[in-house]
Design a protein around this ligand. Structure first.
Ligand code: D5M
Ligand code: FE
Ligand code: ZN
Length: 582
């Protein structure tokens, strides 16, 4: 028994990139098997067609009447029994489930283009080239500052870097020139101790509502947007604007892009024509990020033809905060103690250097996750473990922290190798681990955390979503060789891990801790083990390399890590010098 209503037929046609005459819809709805009739019509119309007419429907059905018996119709995309297909529910996580974690380039259901059968591969496959996720193209071993966007943002790493640094300069005494009374360090946006999530459906609804609220607020005022339900009842040809989370992206048969947006009231399909100057922005879109669009409704008001697209973004006029005195922070990440590849010598040279006069302005050490190698993080990881017990790994890490001058303030967040929950936001280390690492009295906060150091807002995030951004976006917009460019994308989206249910596991909470409510002055990540930095609208993005030499896995996928670098940030100028200790 047919279940379709005309509204569902319009939705399905628009979802496939077609506009339709009212009469065409009525004709399809009037058949015994509207779902199959719709398939037949879509097969029949010209690839370039944007609008399905009543004449198309008549011709299509006259030429090849759909099989109303339902037996072996050969097309499963629209099933009359279960009605027209529904969009996957964005509020159900697949990311919490280990089997869908997308490791090794696995693509979750939500990543599959609907038009997978489309002609000649098409753009939708390009968007899903997850195999690139762990296989960077050629690697230039020399990290380059992002000189094009900000010529004076950085100094050359190789000129200041020297593996002899530590041994050449005489260590000063511990109390040196550092004066802890001048310091200030505050943490916000940290989930530690605040986690409320029970993993129930309602939590997913809440976290998405909160994401929408926070990000739509940033877009409000830029467009005169209406809720999806209001747009649904507007008349054809009207101007319309909507703010929504990206619910679906697919290419139409004719190569245009259909972006379905969802707000708290419903969804609406928005068509970006391939020849529009901003069509390239669709390549940058990730599912579940929040955008605004403006455009014109089709004659039947079933779809919006997009004229402009907006991201929450960092305002171009943003002026970063700076410290009132000359003081520096060392930004490191991915120490991986416990791995056979942990470069203890390099860490030792770094710690020695911190005792020198030259390093006196360094009063903060900010570590962006993966303190230890962990246990059972990746398949066969145990073969490369130097320390097999997780607590022993933290004990050894703590010993290495003791080499850092006691008057340097240390702050650390966890990463995916650490012994805290994997789903983000990750709370800081528990009491047990804090005890183990108590010798240096480090500040321990969650991933992510916004750390305000002497007025400078440093957003610390381990960076698991970078793998995803790099896998999903074209190489010129995000790659392992330029990890900071992937970070620019996160800044533009004002969210550290936009895509839900992919590689990054997300924990549902009352609020979305992963939204960048405030613009950071510095965005510090790690995880991809590559060094790269640059400025995006005056925000300094730094991915800080690692202290783990290439693992067998990394070798097998051609990841050439940047090992033993310590980016040193001037908090008073936001200039950076990279020191090398290998
Ligand atoms: O990951 C360091 C980088 O290497 C990051 O880009 C993920 C990638 N990586 C490392 N090992 C694996 C395995 N086994 N599968 C998939 N991707 C991997 P980190 O998590 O910091 O070690
Ligand atoms: Fe790591
Ligand atoms: Zn990591």
């Amino acid at each position: 028994m047919p279940l379709e209503t005309p509204v569902r037929i319009v939705q399905e046609l628009t979802a496939r990139g077609y506009n339709a005459e009212q009469e065409a819809v009525t004709l399809i709805a009037g058949t015994d098997a509207p779902g199959r009739a719709l398939d037949t019509v879509v097969e029949f119309v010209d690839d370039e067609a944007l609008r399905i007419t009543a004449a198309d429907v008549r011709s299509a059905l006259a030429e090849s009447p759909p099989d109303v018996t339902g037996a072996d119709s050969g097309t499963a995309s629209v099933d009359d029994e279960r009605d027209l297909p529904k969009q996957p529910d964005p509020l159900v996580s697949t990311g919490d489930d280990a089997s869908s974690a997308g490791k090794n380039g696995e693509v979750s259901d939500r990543d599959s283009p609907v038009e997978a059968k489309g002609s000649g591969g098409g753009d939708s496959t390009e968007r899903n080239n997850a195999s690139r996720s762990v296989a960077p193209s050629e690697t230039d071993a020399t990290p380059q500052p992002e000189t094009t966007t900000e010529p004076d943002a950085t100094t050359q790493p190789e000129t200041t870097a020297s593996s002899e640094t530590g041994s050449q300069t005489k260590p000063t005494t511990e109390s040196g020139g550092r004066d802890p009374s001048l310091r200030s360090l505050e943490v916000s946006g940290d989930v530690t101790g605040q986690s409320t999530g029970t993993g129930e459906y309602g939590d997913f609804v809440k976290v998405f509502r909160d994401r929408y609220e926070k990000l739509s607020k940033q877009l409000r005022g830029r467009v005169n947007h209406r809720p999806a339900t209001a747009i649904q009842s507007m008349s054809g040809g009207a101007d319309a604007a909507m703010v929504g989370l990206v619910n679906d992206i697919r290419s139409t048969k004719s190569g245009h892009w259909l972006v379905e947006l969802e707000d708290t009231t419903g969804t609406f399909p928005c068509l970006v024509m391939k020849d529009r100057e901003f069509a390239g922005l669709v390549d940058e879109l990730l599912l579940d990020e929040c955008i605004a669009v403006e455009g014109t409704l089709s004659d039947d008001a079933g779809i919006m033809f997009v004229d402009s697209m907006h991201f929450p973004d960092v305002p171009r006029t943003y002026t970063p905060n700076t410290a009132d005195r000359h003081v520096q922070a060392a930004l490191v990440s991915d120490v991986h103690v416990g791995s056979q590849e942990f470069v203890a010598d390099a860490w030792g040279r770094f710690a020695d250097w911190l005792h020198t006069e030259e390093a006196e302005p360094v009063e903060y050490l900010l570590i962006a996750g993966d303190m230890v190698e962990g246990v059972g993080v990746y398949p066969n990881q145990d073969e490369e473990l130097d320390i097999v017990d997780i607590y022993e790994q933290y004990e050894t890490f703590s010993e290495h922290l003791k080499d850092v001058p006691g008057d340097i303030e240390i702050l650390m967040i966890p990463g995916n190798h650490d012994a805290v929950r994997l789903a983000e936001p990750q709370p800081g280390f528990d009491e047990n681990l804090r005890d183990i690492m108590s010798a240096h009295d480090a500040r321990i906060t969650g991933n992510p955390s916004l750390v305000t150091v002497e007025g400078v807002k440093v957003l610390m995030y381990h960076g698991v979503s970078l793998d995803e951004v790099i896998a999903e976006l074209p190489a010129d917009k995000a790659s392992y060789d330029d990890p900071h460019k992937a970070m620019y994308q996160l800044l533009k989206k004002r969210h550290v891990a936009p895509q839900f249910g992919g590689k990054t596991r997300l924990a549902p909470e009352e609020k979305d801790y992963l939204v960048m409510e405030e613009v950071p002055d510095v965005f510090h990540t790690g995880h991809v083990h590559k060094l790269g930095w640059g400025k995006y609208h005056d925000v300094l993005a730094v991915n800080s390399g690692c202290w783990q030499a290439q693992t067998d896995f990394q070798k097998s996928v051609n990841i050439d890590p940047d090992v033993g670098y310590a980016p040193i940030l001037d908090l008073d100028t936001l200039d950076m010098t990279v020191r090398k200790f290998v």
